[in-house]
Design a protein around this ligand. Structure first.
Ligand code: FUC
Length: 793
């Protein structure tokens, strides 16, 4: 039994709440309580529709980080598609290829000789992980409710909505003079999904409950106590045996009617109100231990939740959510479009002037991270936690050559630092599994993770050398560990993660090799994700620009961290020396930023490739920027122009952030409009790669933030890329590096007022347009700046 562990993870979840309070002390708005319950107004925090969802990408997500549901809002048939974030295929495994270490010198040599296809052939045979695929995230099942006798709702009576401030889904309609209301919440404190069904006239509530489960090995049965129990074993994948037990436990708490059962269904008749509680768990304890007890976990969760009313669970859910959600507020203006149903707004967004849709997208991005990544849960994967398939696109895994990182771009600047805890926990794990990979595959110290990982923290190169043989995924994630420190400045936390940063550096101290032609120290084998350079079939190469940029950033923050912690001077000197031998950022023959060691850009197979890996140096990093490296920034601009504005969802979102860093607000906004249009946004406002991939939602949220405020080093840039489409507005509660919080408002395209406070004090340059002021902040004391000339009050 794991009741004790379960209690610990619940304690961790509650501990997340205390961070909340600490942050709101810093002056974040909206800590005030607001009554829960169903609000009717179209609202700035509402996704709403006049018809039920037909497709999954019309259904609406609720989640508590660990478990989630997609709610369809049907009338006669309701479907709740259910997920639990540790239900993946396979079991613990170490996917090293035993031939890799011996074959590595040969692959390196061929790459240095320009024999890329030969290198790729050997890499494919000898270097790739075994198995060559990772495990995929899996759907748990569907809870199906059918309502005998309910037909077409009265004209105009139907509405379904997701209140992203209360974290509550509601469906309402009238049939034959009876008003029906159904609410769904995913409770972080109770760890259940709770559903309430109500009819306005006595005896009018009637429904049957069953489950539809696409998993191969499972049973569903009814149990005494009005319970439906799903039990199963996860799928075997790519030769890795399914090692997880899972359960979904559904209990009906009936308010008035009678409950009967068949072996695998429940029927409720003649009531007025009912509550359904859904608990889900697997036996996953960590990536090496699958001895958890889902029976115990779900029983305890259901028993505890059953002692509360739906109202109490929903109120607490709203309170927990608002404590984070309300730290930030945004207003980009509203007009007649604002009050239209969400799907109509998305459908016409590229033609209409609807600034509030961008604000809703921003808020929804924050909602989605709060509901898919909480302390104690798994990190948000390619679909957050919402997945209806046992074979989802790209396995709904963690792709760490951009996608997982993008998921977390908005976390620090939009005041959700605790949402990064699952990501940090994942990095702690892959620093361990990746140390074995570094040793067994490369004969190196430190740790490495290639372009993907999964629940089992696999770190090997997968799929094919042209995608997977990229040793930089873990190094990039380390920058998120640093950002967590840089925004919050908790030195104890930094001391705790420092060995992970150091280990990432050690791997490259051992594996960078000297380019025989130039003498630079380079990665080899590697690639510029996932771009074919036009010299052979694949993408393998040595020392692509992105690798050099990530290493420059990693070595810089590791040295900074060692400085803060007053440790490791000799190690820092070694890392600094290596940093000086990396290939610098260079401008190529088209005036572009060179993507590779050689000037290959013009001959690349796809000039409009979705990845803009070499532009990492401008965003998310800032080693290239308009002030310090104007020629390189101009080269980035040229590269962006060549690549074009339109790309897959996440790639479109990245371009918004890049144009914002180039301080071209109107250009960033024109790309944002495309992102919010129906080609890149589904009716439920999920990002369309296509298919659905949640990174675009988070990248878009980050892009909007970057248009309004940028925090680089000790500089805070206000309204760096304000588009003419948002003449008047405000944003409050943003965070900047150095434990700062920033509120700002603008009118007619010009800064009206900004309020900046640093919890720890220190010197910052605050800038708007060309006006810059260096301010020595006193800890906790706000400075108010007014007008374009940043007058202090
Ligand atoms: C990378 C991208 C794809 C997709 C996948 C999950 O491989 O190149 O576009 O986003 O990750």
């Amino acid at each position: 039994m794991n009741l004790e562990d379960f209690a610990v993870s619940r304690r961790e979840l509650v501990a997340g709440g205390s961070t909340v309070a600490a942050l709101s002390l810093l002056g974040a708005p909206g800590a005030e309580a607001a009554a829960a319950g169903v609000r009717d107004a179209p609202g700035d925090d509402m996704l709403w529709y006049r018809q039920p969802a037909k497709e999954w990408t019309e259904a609406l997500p609720v989640g508590n980080g660990r478990i989630g549901a997609m709610v369809f809002g049907g009338v006669a048939e309701e479907r709740l598609q259910l997920n639990e974030d540790t239900l993946w295929g396979g079991g613990p495994y170490h996917p090293v290829n035993p031939d890799a270490k011996a074959a590595l010198p040969q692959v390196r040599k061929l790459i240095f000789e320009g024999r890329y296809d030969e290198a790729q052939a050997i890499a494919k045979e000898k270097l790739m992980a075994v198995p060559v695929r990772q495990m995929s995230y899996q759907v748990l099942g569907n809870l199906l409710l059918s309502f005998p006798g309910l037909s077409e709702p009265a004209k105009g009576s139907y509405r379904r909505q997701l209140d992203i401030d209360a974290a509550r889904h509601t469906t309402r309609f009238t049939v034959d003079g009876v008003d029906y209301e159904r609410s769904v919440v995913a409770s972080p404190s109770e760890q259940v999904i709770a559903v309430q069904l109500k009819a306005s006239k006595p005896g009018k509530l009637a429904f049957d409950l069953k489950m539809d489960v696409p998993q191969t090995k499972h049973t569903v049965r009814s149990l005494p106590g009005d319970v439906l129990l799903l039990e199963g074993i996860n799928n075997t994948q790519h030769g890795i045996a399914g090692a997880l037990k899972f359960q979904g436990r559904v209990k009906v708490i009936n308010g008035g009617g009678t409950v009967s059962s068949t072996p695998d269904s429940l029927s409720i008749r003649g009531g007025t109100e009912a509550t359904i509680l859904i608990a889900m768990a697997t036996s996953y304890r960590n990536y090496t231990d699958v001895s958890g007890d889902p029976e115990a976990i779900t029983s305890v969760q259901i028993a505890a939740a059953a002692r509360k009313t739906f109202r109490a669970i929903a109120d607490r859910t709203a309170e927990d959510h608002r404590a984070i959600y309300r730290r930030v507020s945004i207003d980009l203006g509203r007009n007649a479009e604002t009050d239209k149903p969400t799907d109509e707004r998305i459908g016409q967004s590229e033609r209409a002037n609807d600034p509030a849709l961008a604000a809703l997208y921003f808020r929804y991005g924050r909602y989605l991270l709060i509901t898919s990544s909480r302390p104690g849960s798994q990190p948000a994967n390619l679909q957050g936690i919402w997945n209806d398939s046992v074979n989802p696109p790209w396995g709904s895994k963690y792709t760490i050559n951009i996608n997982t990182q993008m998921n977390y771009w908005p976390a620090e600047p939009t005041a959700m630092p605790e949402m990064t805890e699952p990501l940090i926990a994942l990095v702690r794990d892959i620093a361990v599994t990746g140390a074995r990979m570094a040793r067994d595959m490369y004969g190196a110290r430190g740790w490495v993770c290639h372009h993907n990982t999964d629940l089992w923290r696999a770190t090997g190169p997968i799929d094919g050398p042209q995608f997977g043989l990229w040793p930089m995924g873990g190094a990039w994630l380390c920058l998120h560990l640093w950002d967590r420190y840089d925004y919050g400045r908790d030195a104890q936390y930094l001391a705790n993660v420092y060995p992970i940063l150091k280990g990432a550096c050690e791997f490259f101290l051992d594996t960078l090799v000297k380019d025989p032609k130039t003498g630079w120290m380079v990665t080899n084998p590697s690639l510029s994700p996932e771009n074919n350079h036009g010299h052979g079939e694949g993408s393998l190469c040595a020392g692509p620009t992105m690798d050099m940029q990530i290493l420059r950033a990693l070595f810089t923050v590791t040295a900074q961290a060692a400085g803060v912690l007053k440790t490791d001077a000799a190690f820092v000197a070694e890392v600094d020396a290596l940093k000086g031998k990396l290939i610098p950022n260079r401008v190529g023959s088209q005036g572009q930023l060179m993507e590779w060691k050689d000037d290959w850009d013009a001959g690349a197979k796809d000039l409009h490739h979705r990845h803009v890996s070499h532009l990492f140096g401008l965003f998310p990093d800032a080693q290239i920027n308009l002030d310090d490296t104007p020629e390189l920034a101009a080269a980035v601009k040229k590269s962006l122009e060549i690549r074009g504005d339109k790309a897959t969802g996440w790639a479109t979102a990245w371009r918004i952030n890049l144009w914002a860093r180039l301080r071209d607000g109107d250009h960033a906004h024109s790309i944002l409009r495309f992102l919010l249009g129906p080609e890149r946004t589904y009716p439920n406002m999920f990002d369309a790669h296509p298919p659905f991939q949640i990174d675009g939602n988070f990248g878009g949220t980050s892009g909007i933030t970057e248009m309004l405020m940028q925090s680089v080093g000790t500089k805070i840039h206000l309204l760096p890329a304000l588009p003419s489409a948002w003449p008047t507005g405000s944003i409050r509660g943003l965070r900047a590096r150095g434990a700062c919080m920033v509120d700002l408002s603008w009118k007619r395209g010009v800064l009206a007022q900004a309020r900046v406070v640093s919890a720890i004090g220190g010197s910052h340059e605050v800038r708007c347009g060309d006006v810059r002021r260096t301010i020595d902040f006193k800890p906790g004391k706000a400075v108010v700046l007014t007008g374009l000339d940043l007058r202090t009050a």
